[in-house]
Design a protein around this ligand. Sequence first.
Ligand SMILES: [Zn+2]
Length: 176
Amino acid sequence: MTECKHCEVISKKENLVYEDNEIVAFLSKEPASIGHIIILPREHRTILEQMTTSEISKMFVISNKLSAAEFGSLGLGGTNLIVNNGVAAGQEVPHVAMHLIPRMQQGDNLKLEWQPKQLSEEEKSIAEIKLKEGASKIMIGTAHKREVVVKDDQTPIVPEERSGENYLEKDFERIP
Ligand SMILES: [Zn+2]
């Protein structure tokens, strides 16, 4: 018997609408609206940063397909795709999940809006500097070229293979 609410749903296959080897989707037992679906990794991952790049990509692709399916079947005005990443962000179950929330054309009284905050110029520039520094270390796939060193004997030395995923985990490690 597992203690994780989401792992339990996955193992019991309750209200599943989609499953493959990495991603599972089920209808929420506490829906914000009709057709509220929860899409999540099959493996227990506490927060987004613990998921593999493949799981994250697939979770979004499946969410998009389910969203499209709901547009066709429920006659929606829109959908919200939300990940509450961490307790401070409102995450209630310690198993990361994407919420696909159908929205009705004529208004459905769901309140997800916020009032824009007024930041000082100093606050804005500090955030920009810190984020740019962090973002400059992001490497995904082969988007960034690796430097090739040519030694005297003309044998090119390619730096040790470093996958984008490992690199990200190393630099953005976060304990839930
Ligand atoms: Zn779990």
